[in-house]
Design a protein around this ligand. Sequence first.
Ligand SMILES: NC(=O)c1ccc[n+]([C@@H]2O[C@H](COP(=O)([O-])OP(=O)(O)OC[C@H]3O[C@@H](n4cnc5c(N)ncnc54)[C@H](OP(=O)(O)O)[C@@H]3O)[C@@H](O)[C@H]2O)c1
Ligand SMILES: *[C@@H]1O[C@H](CO)[C@@H](O)[C@H](O)[C@H]1NC(C)=O
Ligand SMILES: *[C@@H]1O[C@H](CO)[C@@H](O)[C@H](O)[C@H]1NC(C)=O
Length: 253
Amino acid sequence: MSSARPIIVVAGVGNGSGTGAATARLFAKEGYRVALIARNADHLKNTAAGITAAGGEAVPFPVQAYDAASLTSAFNSIKSQWPDSVLRVAVWNAAHGVWKPFLQITDEEVTEALNTNVRAAFAFSRLAITAFKENDLSEIGKRGALIFTGATASLRGNTTTSAFAAGKFGLRALSQSLNKEFGKDNIHVSHAIIDGGILTDRVRERRNDPNWEANEDVRLSPESIAKSYLYLTNQDRSAWTWELDLRPAHEKW
Ligand SMILES: NC(=O)c1ccc[n+]([C@@H]2O[C@H](COP(=O)([O-])OP(=O)(O)OC[C@H]3O[C@@H](n4cnc5c(N)ncnc54)[C@H](OP(=O)(O)O)[C@@H]3O)[C@@H](O)[C@H]2O)c1
Ligand SMILES: *[C@@H]1O[C@H](CO)[C@@H](O)[C@H](O)[C@H]1NC(C)=O
Ligand SMILES: *[C@@H]1O[C@H](CO)[C@@H](O)[C@H](O)[C@H]1NC(C)=O
């Protein structure tokens, strides 16, 4: 078994203030080498630099788009970057949101929502599972952990979510199918329904509500979600979770 530090790959890191980046920072503290995938190279560079400055190891792997070709090329670069390490954790956090009444949604938006939320997740899963299958069992009897970030729209459609929910439902179906198919290979696939607003810079700007920001009872912190991802990763194989739902204490759900 490789003695080098294990690798985590996180796809969908945004500009460094959300779930993707918080997960990267937490796993870096836990001793993982962090491969960061997102589309904006400058934002990625900043996120990687922040992790490095804090004593961790992180390298940016920017992609032009969330598609099979770009993700394959990123995974090849990750392998070349750390030939002596194995991939142990893969987090699919990327999403393409469309929030519009049905009759206003264009065919391009449907394509984009399905391409990012479903097709690219298939490509990412294929790459992660192919890598995991080469691994020896870890100390807790796992070859690898693959985690998907879901949303309220993973379970419920609503007035403006036809395209987004179709994508998130699809992602959930993928995660369940993979959990069942690859459990026998000791590959742990899980899906986290994030059922509430996450305090990211983007959401903070959109909501512009200091009371919401300040109140941990009503919104999710990216760092708290990251802790749950670490928990999923460290679950024993005799009791592991396919699906987790996470919401703030006062969520009306
Ligand atoms: N924020 C919420 O309130 C909320 C609630 C429930 C579920 N979720 C889910 O959580 C995941 C995202 O995590 P996050 O919200 O904490 O943010 P995050 O980790 O910063 O990730 C942002 C994701 O959104 C993409 N994105 C698309 N347009 C963007 C823009 N204008 N600015 C920034 N990012 C943009 C990013 O792609 P690049 O990395 O390529 O830029 C990245 O995939 C998604 O799967 C989402 O469906 C979010
Ligand atoms: C559904 O949409 C309505 C109208 O935008 C909103 O008030 C409600 O909170 C949404 N429900 C869920 C479960 O997101
Ligand atoms: C992230 O993007 C938001 C919205 O554009 C912005 O307010 C924030 O300053 C950005 N954060 C970083 C770290 O670039």
